[in-house]
Design a protein around this ligand. Structure first.
Ligand code: ADP
Ligand code: MG
Ligand code: MG
Length: 895
């Protein structure tokens, strides 16, 4: 049954008078605003009646060259007729005019992205009717001028500044500052000038026909779905274009009818702290967006709020106690009903309260945690619901030092928010210098065109990293996230002069040594030192994470190769290390010399002495990491990058290295040239190194087993050692390396006369490995899916170069999401499924995990849960995100 007993229409849903065709569960069809207006109406709350044109009409509009479904016009006419009946006014009637608002409203709120028109139906005749009806000519004209401005801007596409200038001229002429100080005659003059300006600009008078106005506004709202702002917002928030917006046509109520009228916004709890207290602002004698427009300073809703802000102007609680009491009752009812914090818009017309909007309020991560935990404590929601409500990605805000939201920001340039957190330091342009200054205890920000593996030590020494090139998964971005360093990448507007040691943007130049701050969560580079706030891992955060841990099945590990990263991982709740990239242990300035010497040696005998030095470094690092991980599993991946990455390349670098190490410059240059590959990504790397230089892997296995034995000898719990061979493609490769591994391990244990358990596995990062997982599983006891490389090799796309064209792919909707950020379930995911299945067929208890960047991405984690992997491994700072996402994935499977 439709709201008033009439037949249900196809494209239009009515609400009002204590009934509604729709309800809150119909957001897809009615948009969030429309669905909640319907719900509030049905609850019997005071909602001005109206109707919603569905999102399906919008979809139809775009699928049919911007034309409407044939029956829409008739349905709107019927709905308007019913509205007129319910209100007792007529649209366009000169004596008793019905006025409406025409409001956009998508499934999820897109604040300020789309358009709304108020006071529609006013013209030169109805404005007189409104004046007589209300007995207030000033009010009628104030409404009319608002309408002309809004309609001209939204529907006719005229610049709103034009109207503001006209209004300012009038205010100057009358020597007043506030709009409220203008009387009816003044507004009459403003309206005349507005209309004149519209006619001049447009070459036609301001439309007087209310029906023309109505369809103009409906058209504008549907069209606003495709405006640039809305498109950009959708891309940022992963909102599909196909959703479309609904249009709400609603009878007007007036907050601008004098001192007993007002308009306001409220949150049932504080959206930035989560504190359980009504929070909000209102303005007397105002309409619509005046509260947020900042023309007049709004007043607090509550007395407590006013006192806290140290304000004098009366709060709504004090100024309008009666209607405030009613309002408080309604918002409490709404929060109970929706079982969540609500963001509410309301208007008071001559002492009568009207509810204009309610929705679950946006909130900071901190507030989200507090609200969820407190609502669970209040018994409003269950613990599992609390867990399900927190957006895992939002935890990022809490896990890094962040810029004080109240601190002033002087923006130098903006790039991609590549690794969250904020950092302040001196700008440096060279990794060597970053390291020198870093070791001297100085805070530095490394600014580079882009980074390569040779910059690791500089990146490590820096507090934050900026690159002019590269995307969200560039070398800089991935390494920075792994290290927990804030990073802003792809700052296209940055002009870096590395030699001159300056960078400039927007007409401003920063020199080496100048202090800058970067915000890796917003992508901003800021001038000077900006106030920070430290992460807090106790309180509500700890409570909620505890609840999450109770329900998740997936284990969560971290990728870590330093003691610091391992400690961070544990502090954030990691249950082991899923990936130790052993090469990272050699990039250190002093250590890399041994590696270079090893690479330069002519034969196996020559590699002996430098390998012995590398063994010691590797062993001592692992002893420390095993100690920190205290009996938890640690997956150590043997050397992976092509050897040339350890060598200097430019003539200058070669000479510097030769001088520092006493190696021969000519030989160094020659070797770098010999090792250079056309396609290093697909070249001599990964386990291929182990096959062609077995002594390297033998050294590493020895280091691992010796370290494990040393730890157990000290009485600490034995680490769960997992030795992983990278870039395996064939069962035969795996078998060869398994034999090598077992032989060395056995040998070390016999030497020491003691045993330690270990397992040997394959990093699955090539399509062949996934397809032939059965072959691998004959000798591999575990698989770890290296989804960064698996994505590269499946798509044949290099992630370092993809930034150049990925944008075009996203714009054209060929990729919905960057496959290096969120796992491509259909392709890469299918390979994982196949590998899991074929691996298990041969070895039912094979251990399965994922260690790519995707291990910290909630959507990818949900996939890992579905496939039944044993664990995910991500960068240490993302561990809590993964724990929460894993819990949500487990909860989602229960229902
Ligand atoms: P947004 O989505 O940008 O908030 P809205 O459609 O909610 O846009 O409308 C903007 C403003 O106009 C809000 O403050 C709302 O309260 C007010 N408004 C909308 N419709 C009406 C109405 N029928 N009567 C009075 N005020 C309204
Ligand atoms: Mg708005
Ligand atoms: Mg609104």
């Amino acid at each position: 049954m439709a709201a008033d007993g009439a037949a249900r229409m196809n494209w239009v849903y009515a609400f009002g008078g204590g009934q509604a065709d729709g309800n809150a569960s119909m957001k897809d069809l009615l948009g969030g605003k429309g669905a909640n207006l319907a719900e509030m109406s049905a609850l019997g709350l005071p909602v001005p009646p109206g109707f919603t044109i569905t999102t399906e009409a919008c979809t139809h509009f775009y699928a049919n060259e911007r034309s409407y479904p044939p029956s829409l016009a008739e349905e709107v006419t019927q709905a308007m007729a019913r509205l007129e009946q319910l209100i007792g006014k007529r649209f366009g009637d000169a004596d008793n005019p019905l006025l409406v608002s025409v409001r956009s409203g998508a499934r999820t709120s897109m604040p300020g992205m789309m358009d709304t028109v108020l006071n529609l139906g006013l013209n030169d005749r109805t404005v007189d009717g409104l004046a007589k009806l209300s007995g207030d000519r000033r009010f009628a004209l104030d409404s009319y001028r608002r309408f002309i401005q809004m309609y001209s801007n939204v529907v006719l596409g005229l610049d709103h500044h034009m109207f503001e200038e006209i209004l300012d001229d009038h205010k100057d002429r009358l020597a007043v500052t506030l709009d409220t100080a203008l009387d009816a005659d003044a507004w009459t003059a403003v309206v005349a000038d507005y209309k004149q300006a519209v006619e001049t600009e447009r070459g036609a008078p301001f439309p007087q026909d209310p029906h023309e106005q109505l369809w103009g506004a409906i058209d504008a709202v549907f069209s606003s779905w495709m405006n640039e702002r809305a498109k950009f917002y959708r891309r940022m928030h992963d909102i599909p274009e196909a959703w479309g917006t609904a249009v709400n046509v609603q009878s007007m109520v007036f907050g601008n009818m004098g001192e007993t009228s007002a308009t306001g916004v409220a949150f049932t709890r504080n959206p930035s702290t989560g504190e359980a207290r009504l929070y909000g602002e209102f303005l007397v004698n105002a309409q619509g967006e005046d509260v947020v427009a900042g023309i007049r300073t709004p007043q607090a809703l509550t007395k407590a709020g006013r006192e806290e802000m140290g304000e004098k102007a009366a709060s709504m609680e004090e100024a309008m106690p009666e209607v405030f009491g009613q309002f408080r009752g309604v918002v409490e009812q709404l929060e109970r009903h929706y079982r969540d914090m609500q963001d509410i818009e309301f208007t008071v017309e001559q002492g009568a309260l009207y509810m204009l909007q309610t929705r679950s309020g946006k909130r900071t991560a901190k507030a989200a945690l507090k609200i969820a935990v407190e609502m669970a404590a209040e018994g409003v929601i269950s613990q599992n619901e609390a867990v399900a409500r927190i957006d895992p990605a939002s935890l990022d805000q809490l896990l890094h030092p962040t810029i004080d939201p109240d601190a002033p920001r002087e923006i130098i340039a903006t790039g991609l928010p590549a690794s969250p957190g904020a950092a302040t330091g001196k700008a440096v342009f060279d990794s060597g210098e970053a390291e020198r200054l870093g070791q001297a205890g100085e805070a530095v920000i490394l600014v580079r065109e882009e980074t390569s593996p040779e910059d690791i030590h500089g990146m490590h020494a820096a507090r934050g990293i900026v690159t002019a090139r590269g995307g969200m998964t560039s070398h800089a971005a991935v390494v920075a996230r792994g290290m927990g360093r804030p990073c802003v990448s792809g700052v296209g507007e940055l002009l870096i002069d590395a030699k001159g040691r300056t960078f400039s943007a927007r007409g401003r130049t920063i020199r080496a040594g100048d202090i800058i701050t970067i915000d890796g969560s917003s992508g901003e580079i800021l001038a000077g030192a900006v106030q920070m706030v430290e992460p807090e891992l106790t309180g509500d955060f700890a409570t909620l994470m505890g609840w999450a841990d109770q329900v998740r099945r997936l284990r969560v590990r971290a990728n870590a190769e330093t003691a610091l990263a391992a400690r961070t991982a544990r502090r954030f709740g990691a249950e082991g290390i899923g990936l130790v990239r052993t090469e990272h242990m050699f990039f250190d300035a002093e250590r890399i010399a041994a590696v270079r010497e090893m690479i330069l040696a002519d034969d196996e005998a020559g590699r002996g002495p430098p390998l012995a030095r590398m063994l010691e470094m590797q062993r001592s690092d692992l002893v420390e990491i095993f100690g920190i991980m205290h009996g938890l599993p640690v997956t150590i991946r043997l050397l992976d990058p092509p050897l040339h990455e350890f060598l200097p390349h430019s003539r200058e670098d070669v000479e510097a290295v030769a001088k520092a190490t006493g190696l021969d410059a000519g030989k160094l240059m020659q070797r770098a040239r010999d090792l250079a590959e056309t396609n290093p990504m697909l070249g001599h790397r990964g386990c291929r190194l182990g096959v062609s230089y077995p002594e390297i892997y033998e050294m590493q296995v020895r280091a691992i087993i010796e370290a494990a034995l040393a730890v157990t000898a000290s009485g600490a719990p034995a680490p769960i050692v997992e030795i992983m061979h990278p870039l395996i493609a064939k069962g035969e490769e795996m078998r060869f390396l398994r034999i090598l591994t077992d032989r060395v391990a056995r040998h070390v244990m016999e030497e020491q006369g003691r045993e330690v358990a270990y397992s040997v596995g394959a990093m699955v990062e090539l399509p062949r490995a996934a397809l032939c997982a059965g072959e691998l599983a004959e000798t591999a006891e575990f698989f770890s899916f290296g989804t960064n490389d698996l994505t590269q090799t499946t798509f044949g796309i290099s992630r370092d170069d993809s930034a150049r064209f990925l944008g075009a792919y996203m714009d054209k909707a060929i990729f919905e999401k960057d496959p290096f950020v969120s796992l491509d379930i259909d392709g890469v995911g299918e390979l994982i499924r196949i590998a899991a299945e074929r691996g298990r067929a041969v070895r039912p208890d094979i251990k399965l995990g994922i260690c790519g960047e995707h291990g910290g991405d909630p959507a990818s984690i949900a996939f890992c849960e579905e496939v039944g992997l044993d664990y995910v491994s991500c960068s240490p700072y993302r561990t809590p995100i993964a724990r929460l996402a894993a819990a949500q994935a487990a909860l989602a499977r229960r229902t």
